[in-house]
Write a protein that binds this ligand. Structure first.
Ligand code: SF4
Ligand SMILES: [Zn+2]
Ligand SMILES: [Zn+2]
Length: 299
């Protein structure tokens, strides 16, 4: 089959335009979509210093690559932050990949570890606890990323969340009935002490992010995290993949539906004001932040 724009062989059908595209037109359409998302969400302004949360997995690697490409010549700075959570047999490879891609792209990389930040690796922190390792991992990583981005003078923190991640997060918060957390998914809600987060890949399906990574020659062959199967997100991911297979477009409509609710909810619940955690000083709801709560810090 031929590309619908040129004579070259098609590699994929774009889920957005439904056109068959060759590799170069697929990549061009992908980059245009990221640029549109940045523009429509007013995610980036002149003078921004953008920290990219770089795990070394496919999404964050593609994010760093595509931002470096489409922001070339713009009045912004880009650097990367990698968090080593301390997951034996998994993070060694992906961290090595994060180092290599940032070197290849000439992007400064700052490494932070759970051991330095919280005194222990995730493997030890989560051992014998009731909550799933992903609960500790998500909360502690978010806290470490925000602190590092803020300390390094970032004005934006870019994460590689794709359409699949966003649709899963919406569903998770629906299922938990956590309306405040659901509304926190909305882009650009600045809060004191928190570096504004941007998600330039949030409208692009995971499989298209993967294909772009392969075509750009930056796809990391990473192993799967040994804890991935223990989370609620994993079950929701499986459910949503099944729905998408049987009813194509489900993931997109979950996210679009959420965005419609957001834009029409004039009386959306007020987001609880933040104070400072009495232990670590980071922004918190109440006097103890979620990271200190999970770690059992209570002095
Ligand atoms: S699967 Fe869970 S434990 Fe593993 S890196 Fe992701 S959030 Fe962390
Ligand atoms: Zn083409
Ligand atoms: Zn704290």
């Amino acid at each position: 089959m031929r590309c619908s724009i040129c004579e070259d062989a098609a590699v994929a059908r774009s889920s957005r335009s439904r056109k068959l595209l060759c590799s170069s037109h697929f990549m061009e359409a992908f980059e245009d979509q990221v640029a549109e998302t940045l523009k429509a969400g007013r995610m980036i302004e002149d003078g921004d210093r953008i920290a990219v949360a770089l795990s070394g997995g496919k999404d964050s690697t593609v994010l760093l690559y595509v931002l470096k490409k489409i922001l070339a010549g713009e009045a912004v700075e880009l650097f990367a932050i990698t968090i080593d959570e301390g997951i034996k047999g998994y993070r060694e490879d992906t961290i090595g990949y994060a180092r290599r891609i940032s070197e290849d792209l000439c992007v400064e990389l700052k490494m932070i570890s759970f051991r330095d930040e919280f005194g222990s690796d995730l493997d030890r922190i989560a051992k014998g606890r009731d909550q799933a390792p992903c609960t500790f991992c998500g909360v502690l990583r978010k806290s470490a990323l925000n602190r590092a981005a803020r300390d390094l003078g970032a004005t934006k923190l870019a994460t590689g969340h794709n359409l699949d991640d966003e649709a899963q997060s919406v569903m998770m918060n629906y299922l938990k009935g956590d309306i405040e957390r659901l509304f926190r998914l909305s882009p650009r809600r600045p809060r004191p002490g928190l570096v504004p987060r941007i998600k330039p890949l949030r409208h692009i399906a995971e499989k298209e992010v993967a294909l772009y990574g392969i075509l750009a020659g930056v796809y990391p062959e990473a192993p799967e995290c040994p804890y991935a199967h223990s989370s609620l997100r994993f079950e929701i991911r499986r459910m949503m993949n099944g729905l998408e297979r049987d009813h194509p477009g489900t993931k997109g409509s979950v996210l679009r539906g959420f965005e419609k609710i957001l834009s029409s909810a004039e009386d959306r619940p007020a987001v609880t004001p933040l104070s400072c955690c009495r232990i670590c000083g980071e922004p918190s709801v109440g006097d103890l932040c979620k990271a200190c709560h999970l770690l059992g810090r209570s002095r």
